[in-house]
Design a protein around this ligand. Sequence first.
Ligand SMILES: [Mn+2]
Length: 266
Amino acid sequence: MTDYAIGDIQGCYEQLREVLAKVDFSPSRDRLWVAGDLINRGPSSLATLRYIESLGNSAVVVLGNHDLHLLAVALGGHRARRKDTLNDILEAPDHDRLIAWLRQQHLCVHDPARNLVMAHAGLPHIWSVSHAVACAREVEAVIRGNSAREYFTHMYGNHPDCWNDNLEGMDRWRIITNYFTRMRFIAPDGTLELSTKEAIDSAPDGFEPWFHFARNDDVRVVFGHWAALEGKTGSDRFMGLDTGCVWGGALTMMNLDSGEKVHCGC
Ligand SMILES: [Mn+2]
């Protein structure tokens, strides 16, 4: 069995199948870790979602901001945006099943045997792994439960912009969601800066990429979300897999045992 991790697919279904074929991926034998943003912006969101759902236990999936956006449109009364390519999913006969499946996915997964965490945007230095997993489980329960409609209606927003143990309800759910799915630049105290999306050298004053801060552990992190990094973090520990497939870059998949990467141009 080989475990592979893949970055933001964003509906690039053909490239997904191409990169899987390159390693002779077999769901009966191998496992695919998907770092979020399965859908949106690309041409084949529905086919991508159906395929990953069909992998069953052979897929380990965390939700990205685009996946949450689909749920916010489907459940939270938000309108699709002009650049969204979600209509094929919203109008699909198996829409309800796909949405129900998406609601069961994680915000963060931890594999202690591999000393590995996967989250779409990353892991903030202010949280231990166990705290991060506990925070993820809190919001995952909301997404699956009776408060989902309220959560998705009020999910969007940049405030609060910093973690605080005393936060409750929607403010708490929103900041946890933003750490796991939208974070790029962060301040030493954990304050998020969510408007800058460019490369590392564009850090606003007082902020650094989240993976520049020291941690009290040596956990490795697989993440996506930040295409402008072009897969480079300057550290083997922090594995950025979003190489901007949907923007004309490449789809990147990594063998989690060997660290070897396979690419497919888009
Ligand atoms: Mn993203």
